[in-house]
Design a protein around this ligand. Sequence first.
Ligand SMILES: *[C@@H]1O[C@H](CO)[C@@H](O)[C@H](O)[C@H]1NC(C)=O
Ligand SMILES: *[C@@H]1O[C@H](CO)[C@@H](O)[C@H](O)[C@H]1NC(C)=O
Ligand SMILES: *[C@@H]1O[C@H](CO)[C@@H](O)[C@H](O)[C@H]1NC(C)=O
Ligand SMILES: *[C@@H]1O[C@H](CO)[C@@H](O)[C@H](O)[C@H]1NC(C)=O
Length: 490
Amino acid sequence: MAFSRYFLFSISVSILLLLSCHVEAAPNAALVTSLPGFNGAFPSKHYSGYVTIDSNPQKNLFYYFVVSEGNPSKDPLVLWLNGGPGCSGFDGFVYEHGPFNFEAPKSQGELPILHLNPYSWSKVSNIIYLDSPSGVGFSYPNLTTGDFQTASDTHAFLLKWLEQYPEFQANPFYMSGESYAGVYIPTLATEVDKGIKAGVTPRINFKGYLVGNGVCDPKFDVNNGYVAFVHGMGLIPDSLFKEAEAACKGDYDHQDPPCKEKVSQIDNLVSGLNVYDILEPCYHKTTSTKNTSLPKSFQELGKTDKPLPVRKRMFGRAWPYRAPVRDGIVPSWPQLTQSLQAQGISVPCTNDEVATAWLNAEAVRKAIHASPESGSWSLCNYLAYNHDAGSMIPYHKNLTSAGYPALIYSGDHDMCIPFTATEAWTASLGYPVVDQWRPWLSNDQVAGYLVEYAHNLTFLTVKGSGHTVPEYKPQEALNFYTRWLQGQKI
Ligand SMILES: *[C@@H]1O[C@H](CO)[C@@H](O)[C@H](O)[C@H]1NC(C)=O
Ligand SMILES: *[C@@H]1O[C@H](CO)[C@@H](O)[C@H](O)[C@H]1NC(C)=O
Ligand SMILES: *[C@@H]1O[C@H](CO)[C@@H](O)[C@H](O)[C@H]1NC(C)=O
Ligand SMILES: *[C@@H]1O[C@H](CO)[C@@H](O)[C@H](O)[C@H]1NC(C)=O
């Protein structure tokens, strides 16, 4: 028994050694050779697996790495993080800018069908999708954590990952993410910058960061976000806006009864909308869209170049507009939904069925080296998570002053983190404008607006997009991403 096991082990070691002659230095065991639901050849190499962080207990952080379909040795290396806190990087991989579009199966019990995504961010970059912090997606175990611990763990992940993939150490490195990653990115960037200054090796060739519809600062996110947005979008009457302004005196979060009453009137007017994209329908039940009485034009709202509809129902966890991200323990999604439901507000509005079915299929988990110890996969897990880093504004100030370019973008129809909040805090840094507010184009059409400040800080909107920009506007997203990474004018 013992002998034959040893024998098998040594055969597999020799096979691994043989295989390693064909690959540079990336770990062979991580190579993904095929994926259930996809029949063609991969346009580039894919790797996935765990990096183990030395801590007590050990943390096993899961990544999926897509090598660039362009020029892998020259193209940037980009880290992608989804928010929550608690949401998996596979949200980005499956629904936003990953190498595949996932077509829902025709009948129940079948797996989704994968098609190549012509707007994958892997067209122009090497991209690491990370499940962070430990406890999210396939990363395990589930431990109590917070902003500082997460930044430090992700920094440790990057250093170990670069040791395992030395051929990517020299590529320019960027980090990107959306929503609560508006906190992950600046805190991680600060850790990485400190590491570079302290001479930590391998040296991370850190060149800048991107944040989409990101959490930033409770004052700006609340006071400049929601009320200004719903007013500008024509969802509340001007008279109510003026009454709310007078009652709240610029602080829509304060608890005075006159202000609370006005804000609650506003809430009632917009509570039926899809918080992630006010143009999208919001289905409250699992109803067949085939027999809907909605007019066809309404059913086709938000159609994109992506051949598949964007998500319409929420089973995961994200931020409703009623819950600004405050310091301290971040409430769980079940807790949030309970309190919203008690106020008669139902929960918006996406669907994670395709990802959930695919990532829980045994064959898929085997193909991507996901450990059974990580348990079943969900889009967003509840974690005991402490928002302990406060406002992100001092982080952005320091990082941009230190010379790291930042692209801060907003889907302009997102009510969760409205562009009005992001526009206001980026302007509040007080940098001189170097490129005046102007339209930017994609496919010869106005795709949104941008303003560029000194210190390479750009604020950009994506017209007609919801919270997850590459999901709603994949072509436009790949356009601005490519131009910005390549240092061109957007
Ligand atoms: C749609 O409605 C029609 C008539 O109301 C019914 O006969 C049909 O079975 C329904 N189709 C689906 C898919 O529910
Ligand atoms: C993670 O741990 C917390 C408590 O520490 C628990 O409430 C939560 O349900 C756990 N999440 C998962 C996905 O197991
Ligand atoms: C920003 O830089 C200042 C000056 O070096 C420092 O005191 C402060 O702690 C930094 N803040 C953050 C959030 O990095
Ligand atoms: C902006 O970034 C470019 C490189 O991308 C750099 O050459 C330039 O000095 C930066 N400008 C500022 C003001 O930091």
